[in-house]
Write a protein that binds this ligand. Structure first.
Ligand SMILES: [Zn+2]
Length: 418
């Protein structure tokens, strides 16, 4: 086994420079990025990252769902590769670190090994997974889900965005409809380095998070159909008003999280009324509900209470409510040896470290279905993410990448072949 002393330190300046350069692609002009999955901006970001991968001499493959897998061959390439990576798609108002950091840190680790002529025993692959954010095509983490065989390629290809555009057509149009088969090869282990996107590390003054798991997530879209009518002439008793149901359900979600307590969170993030006019009772409303919990049983309790409330409101307001699941993932616990390893490596590097669960979904939770997987978090300043103001200090970005480097060196047995 390699130890901390056998992995060279990464070049923090080079990593920051690549982050800044990628951040210019799809720039929103305020420090943020908009590279929705499979748009032209996503293509431009992919092209840039693929160029960097090829410059490093990596073997770059595009699979059937557009995942980019770049491999640095080990001295025993027949062994299962160690894999790291993340995503480079963003939400519409994204920052420059979410996802990009994990991908570019992987390249940085390889470059730092190349610089001193070191090659690991196992190959090291860096994955860029398609459509992690779910901001355009549902479900979120789509590319990594397909990679591990959790979603069939045909079903993934048929996913539609809000405008009815098919995922496979967009893969064709941006030139990332590859032919490497899905599901992909099972890695020996998977590590994802990511910004925390939450308040814990910053509040505790800790540099490295050893992520214990990811909370479960349930996304639903509701279509509430009532009776459109005149706002002035329709007596209150005769109304079937979808907007009232939206309001009731929104408040119900807040009360539900208060009742369940613990790690239960709930959000109504999108509401649309039709026809959306001041003097018309809406005919229809579409709303989304996002429920999350680290405990699978509590998450099911939340879902069923919400379903009961919907049925009750259908009766009382005289509307119909159609519910459609957009994403549903149970909570994930990361492999204990991986959590221990992150903690130990951070300690070896004299970095402060603590264990914490992830509030957001990540590609690593999909890889955890097929191999030991783990995550390294670094602090998010002001706990802001999915926002142009997303920021992590350069020192923390460098520290996290060094933890990744040592962990990957151990897993891939850097220098073992001599
Ligand atoms: Zn992310």
């Amino acid at each position: 086994m390699a130890t901390a002393t056998t992995s060279p330190r990464i070049d923090g300046g080079r990593l920051l420079e690549r982050l800044a350069t990628l951040g210019e692609v799809g720039s929103t002009g305020d420090g943020g990025c908009a590279r929705l999955a499979l748009t032209d901006d996503d293509r431009a970001g992919r092209d840039l990252v693929v160029t960097w991968m090829r410059d490093l001499g990596l073997d770059v493959r595009i699979d059937q769902v557009g995942n980019i897998i770049a491999t640095f061959a080990g001295t025993e390439p027949e062994l299962a590769p160690v894999m790291c990576g993340s995503h480079i798609d963003t939400v519409r108002t994204g920052g420059r670190y979410d996802g990009n950091y994990g991908v570019l840190a992987g390249l940085e680790v390889i470059e730092s090994w190349l610089a001193v002529g070191l090659r690991p025993r196992r190959s090291l692959a860096v994955g860029v997974f398609t459509g992690e954010e779910g901001a355009r095509f549902a479900p979120d983490m789509l590319g990594s889900l397909v990679y591990v065989g959790g979603l069939g390629i045909d079903e993934a290809h048929d996913a539609l965005d809000a405008a009815g555009v098919r995922l496979a057509d967009e893969l064709d149009s941006i030139g990332y409809h590859g032919d490497t088969p899905c599901p992909g090869p099972t890695p020996h282990a998977f590590v994802e380095l990511h910004i925390e996107q939450g308040p814990v590390l910053e509040a505790d003054g800790v540099t490295i998070g050893a992520v214990t798991g990811v909370q479960g997530i349930s996304w639903q879209e509701l279509t509430i159909t009532g009776q459109s009518n005149h706002a002035g002439t329709t007596p209150m008793a005769l109304r079937h008003d979808p907007s009232v149901v939206v309001a009731e359900l929104t408040m119900f979600v807040r009360r539900l999280t208060q009742q369940l307590g613990g790690h239960q969170v709930g959000t109504v993030g999108r509401v649309e009324l039709f026809p959306n006019l001041i003097n018309v009772i809406p005919a229809r409303a579409v709303m989304t509900v996002d429920l999350r919990n680290t405990d699978p049983d509590r998450l099911r309790v939340a879902e069923s209470a919400f379903a009961d409330e919907c049925r009750m409101l259908e009766q009382s307001e005289g509307v119909t409510i159609e519910r459609r699941s957009l994403a549903r993932f149970d909570p994930v616990e990361f492999d204990a040896t991986m959590v221990d390893a992150v903690e130990r490596v951070a300690g070896d590097l004299d970095l402060s470290v603590e264990r914490l669960p992830s509030g957001a979904g990540h590609d690593a939770q999909m890889l955890a279905r097929v191999c030991p997987a783990g995550m390294i978090f670094v602090p998010s300043v002001g706990e802001i993410s999915h926002n142009p103001a997303e920021h992590t200090s350069p020192a923390d970005l460098e520290a996290g990448a060094n933890v990744l480097a040592v962990l990957l060196a151990e897993l891939a047995e850097l220098g073992a072949a001599g």
